[in-house]
Design a protein around this ligand. Structure first.
Ligand code: FAD
Ligand code: NAD
Length: 465
């Protein structure tokens, strides 16, 4: 250790990096974490998962009050929007949680190296003009918004914004155009629609939410349309002209054809995210990125260069906070000589719209490509709790291998789908069959009973339909 400043130096303090640092310190390794932002917690805590959920949660209450959902239960209210207070509670949530990571760093004796790190060799990085040598370096630099040529984001002007700008809008836009019908577009589009904006989603593909189960994509589109969101599928934006406080977008059919224009008060660019490796000096460490700009690793998160590891959004796989966290734990354990594993076949994903959309494992389309499957479906309309709560939209779908009955994928659209999917992930982690889920006692009345019934439907024997 004499020549080294640290056993482990983590670059980036997002859910991948800060979790890796804490686990490494817990395992007795002398640990530092370099972070260029003013606060710890990365994209997730500062401008991602947490602030977006703060706005989703608050706007959900606003719409429940304004849109009549409460009146249906005998509660008459006339809500008034106090946007500065709504933004205030979002900022409080971020402050509390990022401060919490700072506390955990102190508690675990992790040095926070303030500034952007750059490799100067394979075991040394420079942060704020000072060199640090470490036995192990974990790259957890995360990702940033993918830019769209011809549509220049300027978050300060609040006309063309990215997800960070869309969290901060000072007033509810009259018309918001969302470019990209993925997770960010649907979540942040939902926030502003609930607060009163007209929202139009322009999506390049023929359906929203690429990567999700086909039935789920169609049903989600139907439900969001019913809520008032407008969709222009198979359409691309080729240009945006900002004229004063408005933007005029040029739209073209994805397959080519006549262009049209669309005026917007706010345009949200949400066409994906790309790994952060610029300025990291990877070449000095002997590393390169793949065609998608990602750092490739082995299953233990080691890169081609011994002693350099990578986790989270900067490596291949879904860009999700919990995937980054699990990789952080596994990577730190591998560095400490333990066996850290992440089962990338069982990473749940959740879209926090109303209702929520969640899935884990294979889509029906992917499962069918691999072999014969059995599928069980159960509508939320037939679930007593969802029906009683006036939440009839959605369904649960369980996909199992036709021969072994092993569960290959579970998909839900339900008000609490994000919470429900955890049991499916756990069952799949233990190699459950649909029968295992069907014969597990579920508390009544809960939304989760729909998972049991969908599992029963795999072999054709649900009770309530
Ligand atoms: P990041 O969280 O991106 O953190 C990387 C950190 O590294 C950053 O703080 C950056 O400043 C720092 N950094 C970069 N380069 C350097 C350098 N050279 N030196 C020092 N520091 C550096 N995921 C979910 O699972 N659930 C959600 O609900 C969810 N909601 C989201 C909402 C939005 C609006 C966005 C944008 C993302 C959301 N995500 C969500 C995705 C999630 O935020 C990411 O998958 C997750 O943050 C990735 O973690 P990470 O540790 O790999 O990187
Ligand atoms: P995304 O990949 O989810 O969706 C981008 C969408 O934009 C796709 O549907 C794509 O077809 C479309 N698109 C691409 N180019 C286009 C163009 N030129 N014109 C019109 N449409 C175009 O990306 P995102 O929504 O920006 O989110 C980025 C990442 O952040 C995702 O990988 C996601 O995993 C993560 N995230 C997760 C959550 C969550 O877990 N709840 C929330 C927000 C973000």
């Amino acid at each position: 250790m004499a020549d080294y400043d640290y056993d482990v130096l983590v670059i980036g303090s997002g859910p991948g990096g800060y979790v890796a640092a804490i686990r490494a310190a817990q395992l007795g390794l002398k640990t530092a974490c370099a972070e260029g932002r003013e606060t710890l917690g990365g994209t997730c805590l500062n401008v991602g998962c947490i602030p977006s959920k703060a706005m989703l949660h608050a706007s959900e209450y606003f719409e429940a009050a304004a849109g009549g959902a409460m009146a249906a239960m005998g509660i008459k209210v006339k809500p008034e929007l106090d946007l500065p207070v709504m933004h205030g509670q979002r900022k409080d949530a971020v402050k509390g949680l990022t401060g919490g990571i700072e506390f955990l760093f102190k508690k675990n004796k992790i040095d926070w190296l303030k500034g952007y790190a750059q490799f100067t060799s394979k075991d040394t990085v420079e942060v704020a003009g000072k060199a640090y040598r470490a036995k192990n370096i974990i790259i957890a630099t995360g990702s940033s918004v993918t830019p769209l040529p011809g549509v220049d984001v300027d978050n300060d002007k609040q006309v063309i914004v990215d997800s960070t700008g869309a969290l901060e809008l000072a007033k509810v836009p009259g018309h918001m155009v969302v470019i990209g019908g993925g997770v960010i577009g649907l979540e942040l589009g939902s926030v502003w629609r609930r607060l009163g904006a007209k929202v139009t989603v322009v999506e390049f593909l023929d359906q929203i939410l690429p990567g999700m189960d086909g039935d789920v994509r169609k049903e989600a589109n139907k439900i969001l349309k019913k809520q008032g969101m407008e969709f222009k599928l198979k359409t691309k934006v080729t240009k945006a002209d900002v004229k004063g406080k408005k933007a005029v977008l040029t739209l073209e059919p994805a397959a080519g054809g006549d262009a049209e224009t669309l005026e917007a008060d706010v345009v949200l660019v949400s066409i994906g995210r790309r790994p952060n490796t610029d300025g990291l000096g990877l070449d000095k460490a002997g590393l390169a990125v793949n065609q998608r700009g990602q750092i490739e690793t082995d299953h233990d998160f080691s890169t081609l260069v011994p002693g350099i590891w990578a986790i989270g959004d900067v490596i291949p796989g879904p860009m999700l906070a919990h995937k980054a966290e699990d990789e952080g734990i596994a990577c730190a354990e591998n560095i400490a000589g333990l066996t850290g594993i992440v089962n990338h076949d069982v990473i749940p994903s959740v879209v926090y719209t109303w209702p929520e959309i969640a899935g884990v494992g294979l889509t029906e389309e992917q499962a069918k490509e691999k072999g014969e499957v059995k599928v069980g479906k159960f509508p939320m309309m037939a679930n007593s709790r969802a029906k009683t709560n006036h939440e009839p939209d959605g369904f649960v779908k369980v996909i199992a291998d036709a021969k072994s009955d092993r569960v290959l994928g579970v998909w839900c659209i339900a008000s609490v789908a994000g919470t429900m999917i955890a049991q499916a992930a756990q069952a799949m982690e233990f190699g459950a069959t649909s029968e295992d889920i069907a014969y597990t006692c579920h508390a009544h009345p809960t939304h989760s009973e729909a998972i049991k019934e969908a599992a029963m439907a795999v072999t054709g024997k649900p009770i309530h339909i």
